[in-house]
Design a protein around this ligand. Structure first.
Ligand code: SF4
Ligand code: SF4
Length: 171
């Protein structure tokens, strides 16, 4: 296309971009921005982290029993896969796109998940809402779900009382 023809088309079409930030940006209904995780719904199962193509999500168990889902928006490609796979519908893809930060830490966010502590060692057994749901469905598992996987193994092996002699262990 010649320059004159190009100029003609451009003049006929007019401006097709927005004068953002002076004007409102064009954010369509289908636009995918950063994600949000609902701490009330999240079970900390890690399905979103496994499915995330650029590893922008991770589930971290911290000292003291807390469980966090960490989101690094600097890696996010806004694909929405995490929302698709979350079994609890805890992930929402928002239309937020103004995400820049002058600090690396400004690109990280954490969702804290309430956990049930192991009655023997204090480490997290799992998300509180997950443990409650399983106990409601199968009350017979209540005793086992008061222990973390390691202490459960120790209970079966008969070594739990030796490992935590001062604790009142489940019977
Ligand atoms: S957001 Fe969903 S998939 Fe991710 S850890 Fe929580 S419950 Fe699991
Ligand atoms: S939108 Fe895609 S890249 Fe971003 S956190 Fe979810 S799965 Fe990962």
């Amino acid at each position: 296309m010649s320059y004159l023809r190009l100029l003609e088309v451009a003049l006929r079409t007019g401006r097709v971009t927005r004068r953002y930030p002076k004007e409102e940006p064009l954010v369509t209904e289908d636009f995918r921005g950063s994600i949000e995780i609902d701490p009330e719904r999240c079970w900390g199962c890690g399905a979103c982290a496994l499915a995330c193509p650029p590893n922008a999500l991770s589930v971290v168990g911290a000292v003291g029993g807390a469980l966090y889902v960490e989101y690094f928006v600097g890696r996010c490609i806004f694909c929405g896969r995490c929302a698709e796979v979350c079994p609890r519908g805890a992930v929402t893809v928002t239309r937020r796109f103004e995400l820049a930060s002058d600090k690396l830490e400004g690109l990280r966010s954490r969702t804290e998940v309430e956990t049930v502590p192991c009655s023997a060692c204090g480490r997290p057994v799992g998300a509180e809402s997950a443990v409650e749901t399983v106990c409601e469905i199968a009350p017979a598992l209540k005793r086992m779900l008061s222990l973390c996987p390691d202490c459960r193994s120790a209970l079966f092996a008969g070594t739990l009382a030796r490992a935590h002699p001062r604790k009142a262990l489940p019977r």
